[in-house]
Design a protein around this ligand. Sequence first.
Ligand code: C5J
Length: 221
Amino acid sequence: MQILVDAEPAPISLDPARTALIIIDMQRDFLEPGGFGETLGNDVSRLTPAIAPCRRVLDASRAHGLLVIHTREGHRPDLSDAPLAKVQRGLPSLRIGDPGPMGRILIRGEAGHDIIAALTPAPGEPVIDKPGKGAFYQTDLELMLRNRGIDTLLVCGVTTEVCVNTTVREANDRGYRCVVLGDCCGSYFPEFHEAGLAMIKAQGGIFGWVSSSQAVLRAIG
Ligand code: C5J
């Protein structure tokens, strides 16, 4: 079965059985006060508008049997998978691994590392723990997609210009078609959000397509 999703630079036809919804890093560490995002000086409330549309696409994807994959950025408690360059960069109020109000910053198993309550993974939905910005780097995501015959990704999450864009570029080089749902993504910098989406769909869709939650909901009914 093929469905047609309105998108830019052009509508895209996709087979739901070969399409996965991937929700990038909708974690407390990025969306809630006291986490990694805020320690870097960001206004985390800027990411809130992405939650509701993301939830609607998540519900519809579950109802229609799409593969749903969640990702989380974070590190092992001993920081053995955290590059020093990442840990030492900048002048954050707290560094990766430091104790914060939601546990140690960006560390697996801590409260801040959890996916926000509104988007909690359902039993059986794969959760990819990634040490980097891209969801393919040092993870088994590609293997999982290949085993399921996936050729198209609906991409949601945060932040648009960092982990969403990095993942889309990695996926594009691996031959996946990426449809980024703009209203399901968010950035601490509105101008980076816009530019991040523009870069994907420019030049005839150099990295993929940009669409919206409404377009997907209309298409899958
Ligand atoms: C960042 C992410 N922004 N998930 N991570 O550091 O986009």
